[in-house]
Design a protein around this ligand. Structure first.
Ligand code: PEP
Ligand code: MG
Length: 590
């Protein structure tokens, strides 16, 4: 990590969403307290260090008392646990021991506390009495509270952030992200996560610069310090010098100006030089994002991730609520198509109210269509809402995580059942909707021929197809460098899907993040995808590159690309062949 004389530090991560922002950091995660540093505290600073520790304990006590006071009677049990926490704060083994360690070992309070706690945890965990063993957890909670006060990491209710800040977190679950009042957030920095993680996807949709997978951002960044986030480069600058600040302010202005230039012609159709028109659509998570799709020249919704409407709430939505939301989206977009994907929960999008046993491998667990086919009551509620909304515009149904023909049939049977119920009740609805499937599980690629006989369209979800076929956790920064849509295996799979679909007379779309990178356009055009869907802010650049290319001329290029042995070779070939076109159309050069 380069550290200059000026104290400036550059942290490297993954560019999750392009753009630059400069602002105050807001540390939100408790995980931040798990990675404390150890440093020596010399002579006269020792009493100060002890005082700092005592103040953090005092603050923790006040915080606990405040929570206890505001706890309603029906949660008395919870308040009782907090009372024991107050007692533990001053426990000899914790409080006195930490002070002793500071004094004897001349080290900082955070480290001393960690040391005291790990000793205590060992003692409690070895106890045979389960009640006492449980107390080990209380000690961790108590020490986390003190640590948070020591390092200045606030445990915040994300919803309550009320100033413009750059959010710095260990990780943000989709549920947390959907709680944030996003207009308050200038940027995101997280320790975990990669380009295909849901935080990235949301950040891109909202045009918020984001750098993910930094590894130790929560440890190195302090609350309220001014930082620079460069989501295009994937870097975060701490303690920037005056010069660096000015440089980044200029880059920020340039980035915004170029974004505007690209947006100017975003409403023109995406027609190639040889007259092939590709529909470029937007992906949305929430109905409010529809405006952004239209503003960026999107020709419809290629993926509506409806599960976000189920997150950050306390119970499943009722049919009426879903119907209202879907109808809104469908009406605003009409006559353009709206592809409503049925509930894709669990995996990394777990619902806290959907009582379920914790899964060891959530990505391979009771996710998406598997969940819906198990909980057909929940599936029916959503399907009925979709079919009712379909009466107000152009709706398609998209089924996530289909792995074989039986799931598709069972899902179709459910759709027919929902339609029959509405028919019987005389409810306004439209049952004539196309039913397509996500191609995101490798077995669906292998069985594309059988699936094409029973599905109305395919939509390739590269985020999960990469995750499942290359065995790369899409949210794990340790393997994020391997997550590459140009992997020759992926290119072959996509070709197999598009060719099979064509042979069966159905269309293939792509709604995974691969479609959002304009650099991939020559390959996607040659593969013959009929529609590309992406986060709205990527639409203008993708359309622009489509307009600059001839689909026919991309075909020999694809043949060459498919002969490459590695993703890097494919990228090099792309750069050699199309570098100039990218420079002109994406960076305003040439
Ligand atoms: C995908 O997997 O590529 C996809 C589009 O779905 P999601 O990102 O919501 O899993
Ligand atoms: Mg997916």
């Amino acid at each position: 990590m380069p550290e200059t004389e000026s104290n400036e530090i550059i942290l490297r991560g993954i560019g999750g969403s392009p753009g630059i922002c400069i602002g105050k950091a807001y540390l939100v995660d408790r995980e931040g307290v798990d990675v404390v540093q150890r440093y020596t505290v010399a002579g006269k600073n020792l009493p100060k260090e002890k005082k700092r520790f005592k103040a953090a304990v005092q603050k923790a006590k006040e915080e606990l008392h405040d929570i206890i006071k505001s706890t309603p009677e029906e949660f008395r049990q919870h308040a009782d646990i907090l009372e024991t926490h107050v007692v533990l704060l001053k426990d000899k083994m914790l409080y006195a021991r930490a002070i002793e360690i500071i004094e004897n070992e001349k080290i900082n309070a955070e480290w001393a506390l960690k040391k005291a706690v790990s000793g205590l945890k060992r003692i409690f965990r070895d106890m045979t009495d389960p009640y006492l063993r449980q107390r080990a957890e209380d000690i961790v909670h108590v020490s986390d509270r003190i640590l948070r006060n020591l390092v200045g990491a606030r445990q915040v209710d994300i919803r309550s952030i009320n100033k413009r800040v750059i959010l710095v977190a260990h990780d943000l679950s989709p549920a947390e992200t959907s709680q944030i009042q996003l207009e308050r957030i200038m940027g995101f920095v997280t320790d975990r996560g990669g380009k295909a993680s849901h935080t990235s996807i949301i950040a891109r949709t909202l045009e918020i610069p984001a750098v993910l997978g930094v590894g130790d951002a929560t440890r190195r960044i302090r609350n309220d310090e001014i930082i620079i986030v460069d989501g295009s480069e994937g870097s975060v600058v701490l303690h920037p010098t005056e010069e660096t600040l000015v440089e980044y302010q200029e880059r920020q202005v340039q980035f915004e100006a170029f974004r505007q230039i690209i947006s100017r012609d975003s409403h023109l159709p995406a027609k190639t030089q040889d007259g092939i028109q590709i529909d470029v659509m937007g992906n949305i998570e929430l109905p409010e994002e529809v405006v952004s799709v239209l503003d960026h020249g999107g020709e419809g919704i290629g993926l509506y991730r409806t599960e976000f409407g189920y997150l950050s709430r306390s119970q499943f939505p009722i049919e009426e609520e879903l119907f209202d939301k879907y109808k809104d989206v469908v009406e605003v977009m009409a006559p353009r198509p709206v592809t409503i994907r049925t509930l894709d929960i669990n995996g990394d999008k777990a619902l806290n109210y959907a009582a379920q046993r914790p899964e060891e491998n959530p990505a391979l667990g009771l996710r998406a269509i598997r969940y819906c086919l198990k909980r057909q009551d929940i599936f029916q509620t959503q399907l009925r809402a979709i079919l009712r909304a379909a009466a107000y515009g152009h709706v398609r149904i998209l089924l996530p995580m289909i792995s074989g023909v039986d799931e598709l049939r069972e899902a179709r049977r459910n759709i027919a059942e929902a339609a029959a119920g509405l028919e019987k009740e005389g409810a306004v609805h439209n049952a004539q909707v196309a039913v397509g499937i996500m191609i995101e599980v490798p077995s669906a690629v292998v069985l594309a021929d059988y699936l094409a006989e029973e599905a109305d369209f395919f939509s390739i979800g590269t985020n999960d197809l990469i995750q499942y076929s290359l065995a790369i956790d899409r949210g794990n920064q340790e393997v994020a460098h391997l997550f590459n849509p140009l992997h020759p295996a992926l290119l072959r799979m996509i070709r197999q899907v598009t060719e099979t679909a064509r042979a069966h007379g159905i269309e293939t779309y792509m709604c995974g993040e691969m479609a959002a990178d304009p650099v991939h356009v020559p390959i996607l055009l040659a593969l013959g995808l009929d529609e590309l869907s992406m986060n709205p802010q990527s639409i203008p650049a993708v359309k622009r590159v489509i307009r600059s290319l001839s689909a026919e001329k991309c075909k020999p290029f694809l043949e060459l690309a498919l002969q490459q042995r590695t993703a890097q070779d494919v990228m090099n070939l792309l750069r050699r062949t199309y570098g100039e076109i990218f420079a002109q159309n994406l960076y305003g050069q040439g």
